[in-house]
Design a protein. Structure first.
Length: 465
């Protein structure tokens, strides 16, 4: 370097500090100057803007950057000018085109119910009890999600402007949220305050009568009714309210107290029990055999001796009766002396004996027998004729007694109770009752009648099958 070049360099070096000072002071005096930096600029070291009159380090724009704006590096910020206050700041968490953007956490809004719209990342604390009570976070556009901390069932009273995960003034006691009865059980949604005082105190609450839901006893209740809830009953069965002990005092409205002075009877025609009915239910029977099983099972008809232990009447009141083992003397009825047989039933051969303990035929009668039936009286012009048919079956017998009978008018007839198979044999006393005699068919006996007939007395017998 020549001497002249060195001199020029020295003069420039002296001038640069002065130019720098003038530039600094000159810039301070030019407050309206705007410097625009374009391209990619990176600040290394420390950027101190603490003495700046104002700063604005976020890109601004209208609308949400979600699914729209490119992000070159995580941490990039965006300020949405048309968003509600506190919901303007957006930050890029994953670079891309578009990038992943989340809204910056701002003050938590507080209210009784969630707003209809929201942006991702927005937070809202619902103070009214219910399904959305607590801190809610907007996880997708216009979609609120209750935070896990709020759904745990335990809450604390917090400041309206303090986030639950920060150190905030809280009450010393924690309780479950106040009970809300809602549409799930058909009740108007409301908070149960009861005796706990203020709705925001979160103190333990007690249910009051007005808050209990109405439940149908016919369709909505299961389980066992406790004795304390048992109502009082009246009628045939009574009890005291709150007690399961019952007393039967009547039957179909008839008090059973009447049994102490009378018999329980059946009212004729209706079958309804009555103290003053017309027919005894048991009659004079003290011990009734009604079982269809063996008579020996009742211990009433065992052995061949008299039933000395039976001091009152024993009535066989329906059913089927049979011995334990068949024999020729399976069932016997004796006189009081225990030896004179009255009736014997041979269940081995199927015989019945009357007056004999050893029947030899289906129906064996030892002694004089008497057969009869209700006689039909026929009145003639004078005298009477009494006709009856006492025996029917394989052999049929009908009789008619004319007692001074005469009929000068229309002939009288007697219709057999059971008709004969064909015209029966007709027998008359002495072979003939008189001048005028009766006649017969298989079904009818015709008595004599004639204008010249005089009184006749005789027996007439019709015999046949």
């Amino acid at each position: 370097m020549t001497e002249s070049q060195k001199e020029v360099f020295r003069r420039i070096s002296r001038f640069l500090p002065l130019a720098a000072v003038v530039a600094v002071f000159g810039h301070g005096g030019a407050s309206g100057q705007i410097n625009t930096i374009t391209g990619y600029n990176q600040v290394l070291g420390q950027w101190d803007a603490s003495h700046a009159a104002r700063t604005n380090n976020s890109r601004t724009g209208v609308g949400s950057p979600v699914s729209r704006d490119q992000c070159n590096r995580p941490g990039e910020s965006y300020f949405q000018t048309d968003a509600a206050a506190g919901q303007n700041n957006w930050y890029c968490t994953v670079a891309g085109s578009p990038g992943t953007w989340v809204i910056g956490v701002g003050p938590v809004a507080v209210g009784a119910s969630l707003p209809g719209t929201c942006a991702v990342g927005q937070q809202y604390f619902v103070t009214a009890s219910g399904a959305t009570y607590g801190l809610n976070i907007c996880t997708a556009t216009n979609t609120w999600t209750l935070s896990a901390a709020s759904s745990s069932g335990t809450v604390t009273s917090v400041s309206a402007f303090c986030l639950p995960w920060l150190t905030c003034p809280v009450s010393t006691a924690t309780t479950t949220p106040a009970l809300a009865i809602g549409v799930a059980n058909s009740q108007t949604s409301h908070q149960v305050i009861g005796t706990c005082g203020s709705a925001t105190s979160f103190a333990p609450c007690s249910l009051v009568a007005g808050d209990l839901p109405s439940i149908s006893l016919t369709t909505g209740v299961t389980g066992t009714l406790q004795a304390a809830q048992e109502p009082a009953h009246t009628g045939d069965m009574t009890n005291v309210a709150g007690s399961l002990a019952t007393s039967v005092v009547g039957l179909n409205g008839t008090l059973l107290s009447g049994l102490s002075t009378g018999l329980l009877k059946i009212t004729t025609g209706t079958g309804a029990p009555s103290i003053a009915g017309s027919t005894d239910i048991l009659g004079t029977c003290t011990t009734c055999v009604t079982s269809a099983s063996s008579l020996t099972s009742t211990a009433l008809m065992t052995g061949a001796g008299s039933q000395a232990s039976q001091t009152t009447t024993t009535k066989l009141n329906g059913g089927v009766f049979y011995p334990t083992t068949d024999s020729t003397t399976a069932i016997q009825f004796d006189k009081a002396n225990g030896t004179s047989n009255v009736l014997t039933i041979d269940t081995t051969d199927g015989y019945v004996g009357i007056g004999t303990a050893s029947p030899s035929n289906v129906f064996n009668v030892a002694g004089i027998s008497r057969f009869g039936s209700t006689a039909t009286s026929q009145n003639g012009t004078s005298g009477t004729a009494a006709c009856t048919q006492p025996i029917v079956g394989s052999v049929k017998i009908a009789t008619c007694y004319l007692n001074g009978y005469a009929n000068t008018g229309t002939a009288q007839t007697y219709t057999y109770a059971t008709a004969f198979s064909t015209t029966p044999v007709l027998l008359e006393s002495g072979g003939s009752c008189g001048t005028y005699n009766p006649s017969t068919t298989a079904s009818t006996l015709t008595l004599p009648a004639n204008a010249s007939m005089t009184a006749e007395t005789c027996n007439i017998v019709a015999l046949g099958q």
